[in-house]
Design a protein around this ligand. Structure first.
Ligand code: GLU
Length: 288
C-alpha cells in the first residue's frame, strides 16, 4: 500500500487508538490491546488516542469508565485529551444515517428477536455470518404504505442497511491488513446489518467507522475477533466518502486453557492484579 502523505507531501503522522466499552473492568486482553496501539503510535512518533464506546446506555457505566482511565494510567499509558465519548455524539451519527436514508440505503426493521427466530425456523435454514444467522430480510420487503403505517403507530424500529443495494452502490472494495495484506471486502457476509438500534440511535459498526474518521485514526489496531467487522466498516467508509485507514488485527490473548479473556474473568482484571500486588511491569511481562 502506498505510504500515506499529508497534503504537503510529508508522510502522514501515525494515529492509533484504544476504544474500550465501559461495561466492566479491563482485563489482560484489554491491556495487551491498549499497549499494542500505544506502541504502534510511539514507534512511529505518532499520536495515541482513547475513545470510550458507550453507546449502549443500559450496559455502560460511568464508574467503569473512570476505572478504565485509572487502570490505563496505572499501566503507564497516556493519551491525548479530550477523550472522545461516543454517547456525546449521537447527532453526528444521526446526520450520516439521514444521508444514507435519503439515498434509499436503509430501511426500518420492526422485527423482535423472536420474530426473526420464527422467520428463520419457518424458512428451515438461514445463511450464517460471523455474528450468527443472517437477518432474513422480512422488513426489507414491506411496501412504503406498510412502513409508514407502522412508524406512525409508534412501533419501535431499528435501521438496517440494505446490503445488496449498498454493496452495488459502492462497487468492489478492499482494505489493507498489516498481517494479512490486501483483503477483498465481503460485507455481504453480515447481511443487512443494523446501523441504528431500537434502543440506541446508532450501532457499533456506524459509530466506530465514523469516529475513526473524525479522530483522524490512520491505523486501526484491534483484536482478530473484529477482523470480519472490517468488511462492513470498509463498505461504510465507501458509502460515506471516508478515506480507509490501515488495519492491524492483533492476536488475542488466551488463558492457560486457551480461552480468550473476558470481562467475567474477575481474577485477571487489571484491578485485581494490582490489588494482589502485581506491578505494571509484571502485567507487561504476563502479556508478553
Ligand atoms: N469497543 C470495542 C470493544 O470494546 C472495540 C472497538 C474497536 O476497536 O473497533 O470490543
Amino acid at each position: 500500500m502506498p505510504e500515506k502523505k499529508d497534503t504537503r507531501g510529508a508522510p502522514a503522522t501515525v494515529v492509533t487508538r484504544f476504544a474500550p466499552s465501559p461495561t466492566g473492568h479491563l482485563h489482560l486482553g484489554h491491556a495487551y490491546s491498549a499497549l499494542f496501539a500505544e506502541a504502534e503510535a510511539r514507534k512511529a512518533g505518532g499520536r495515541f488516542l482513547l475513545r470510550i464506546e458507550d453507546i449502549d446506555r443500559t450496559r455502560c457505566r460511568r464508574d467503569f469508565e473512570a476505572a478504565i482511565l485509572e487502570d490505563l494510567t496505572w499501566l503507564g499509558l497516556s493519551w491525548e485529551t479530550p477523550v472522545r465519548r461516543q454517547s456525546e455524539h449521537f447527532d453526528a451519527y444521526a446526520a450520516v444515517l439521514g444521508d444514507l436514508e435519503r439515498r434509499g440505503l436503509l430501511y426500518p426493521c420492526f422485527c423482535t428477536r423472536a420474530d426473526i427466530r420464527r422467520e428463520i425456523e419457518a424458512a428451515g435454514h438461514a445463511p450464517h455470518g460471523p455474528d450468527g444467522p443472517l437477518y432474513p430480510g422480512t422488513c426489507r420487503a414491506l411496501d412504503a404504505g406498510a412502513r409508514a403505517e407502522r412508524v406512525s403507530s409508534g412501533r419501535p424500529f431499528a435501521l438496517r442497511l440494505d446490503m445488496a443495494k449498498a454493496a452495488a452502490a459502492a462497487g468492489p472494495l478492499s482494505w489493507h491488513d498489516r498481517e494479512e495484506g490486501e483483503i477483498a471486502a465481503a460485507p455481504g457476509l453480515f447481511g443487512d446489518v443494523v446501523l441504528a438500534r431500537k434502543d440506541t440511535p446508532t450501532s457499533y459498526h456506524l459509530a466506530v467507522t465514523l469516529d475513526d474518521h473524525i479522530q483522524g485514526v490512520t491505523v486501526v489496531t484491534r483484536g482478530k475477533d473484529l477482523f470480519h467487522a472490517t468488511h462492513v466498516h470498509r463498505l461504510l467508509q465507501a458509502l460515506l466518502g471516508l478515506e480507509a485507514p490501515g488495519y492491524h488485527h492483533h492476536r488475542l490473548l488466551t488463558d492457560a486453557e486457551g480461552r480468550r479473556f473476558a470481562k467475567r474473568d474477575r481474577s485477571l482484571t487489571l484491578r485485581a492484579l494490582r490489588e494482589s500486588g502485581k506491578t505494571p511491569s509484571d502485567v507487561r511481562a504476563m502479556i508478553g
